[in-house]
Ligand binder design. Structure first.
Ligand code: FES
Length: 81
């Protein structure tokens, strides 16, 4: 049985986060989300969806640079109180 390994796609969106993991699944219990929203200054919490944040899974605004560089339109998942 021959197995051919395919080269990794150049279309990967995750460049740096937990690359040693087969899949990055972030579990955020509802209580933790509620606590974060309740203690944030603006009553919101933003979760990264662009895979560029240095504070992943929270958004740090890196999507702005990514969007400007690539023409993409990514942004965070924002949860409001
Ligand atoms: Fe990734 Fe904001 S840094 S969505």
């Amino acid at each position: 049985l021959a197995v051919t390994l395919m080269p990794k796609s150049s279309g990967q969106i995750n460049n740096s986060i937990l690359k040693n993991e087969a899949k990055v699944a972030t579990v955020c219990p509802l209580k933790d989300i509620e606590d974060t929203v309740n203690t944030s200054d603006k009553g919101v919490v933003a979760y990264c969806r662009c895979w560029r944040s240095s504070t992943f899974p929270l958004c740090d605004g890196s999507h702005v640079k990514h969007n400007k560089a690539t023409g993409d339109n990514t942004g965070p998942l924002v949860i409001k109180k």
